[in-house]
Design a protein around this ligand. Structure first.
Ligand code: SF4
Length: 62
């Protein structure tokens, strides 16, 4: 499922912002494989976050 409300408020997109992308964000919750969709700690109930996506909450992976 997608959480459209928070996607809009965080300006989520399915493409990276330069080198910044969900897969190297501290808040990403990886899916079943490196290319599979996953989740995000600040996007409740959203299970379709792309590893290559990006939003304004991006934070460098620790
Ligand atoms: Fe992707 Fe944004 Fe979640 Fe980081 S905070 S994993 S950039 S949706």
């Amino acid at each position: 499922a997608k959480n459209e409300g928070i996607r809009t408020s965080m300006k989520y997109k399915d493409t990276p912002e330069g080198d910044k992308k969900c897969e190297n964000c501290n808040l990403f919750v990886p899916g079943a494989s490196p290319t599979a969709p996953g989740g995000c700690k600040v996007f409740p109930n959203d299970t379709e976050i792309s590893p290559n996506g990006y939003c304004m909450a991006w934070a460098k992976k620790a």
